[in-house]
Design a protein. Structure first.
Length: 172
């Protein structure tokens, strides 16, 4: 992150979010992770990650490996005190492995929304809840496969997210 000034206005927050999403367009995991606090808590459908290591291993690495150069096209933002909700469209080419599926070269476009809590002084995300249709993403990267293979992929992902959820719950 280039600037260290506290987030003080809607313009500052918009710039911060633009910079954050811009970091995702590359494959520099350290740049992406610099936008998160060390003790970040991030939830996506079926999974809760706590801390940067979990975030890196379970979220950042899989997505930048599978979808390098991905884009988050911002549709809307709603601001609150130290929180911003961002409606976006995730757009990318599936050019690396993802949830056990080899690269397909398929272009994906998945709508979503993220609720990002942030530390305005350190300019870092402290908590996030990111909502998107996992099934839509998996269906798009499997669209050229026979239905039986799509069903197996969906089943594999559902089993994994249930297992991950139980493992996270058991550790608390």
């Amino acid at each position: 992150m280039a600037s260290v000034a506290a987030l003080a206005s809607v313009t500052d927050i918009r710039s911060f979010i633009d910079d954050y999403f811009s970091a995702w367009e590359g494959s520099d995991e350290n740049r992406i992770l610099s936008y998160y606090a060390d003790d970040v808590s991030l939830a996506i459908p079926g999974m809760l990650m706590e801390g940067k290591v979990a975030l890196r291993d379970q979220f950042v690495r899989p997505f930048i490996a599978a979808f390098p150069g991905n884009r988050h096209v911002i549709k809307n933002m709603i601001f609150g005190k130290n929180v911003v909700a961002v409606e976006w469209s995730f757009e990318a080419e599936h050019s690396g492995p993802f949830v056990g599926r080899a690269a397909t070269g398929v272009t994906v476009k998945v709508p979503g929304i993220g609720v990002y809590e942030f530390d305005p002084v350190n300019r870092q995300i402290t908590a996030a809840r990111i909502y998107f249709e996992v099934a839509t993403l998996l269906r798009q990267i499997s669209s050229h496969q026979p239905q039986v293979l799509q069903d197996l992929l969906m089943s594999w992902f559902a089993t994994r997210t249930m297992s991950d959820s139980r493992r996270v719950s058991a550790s608390h």
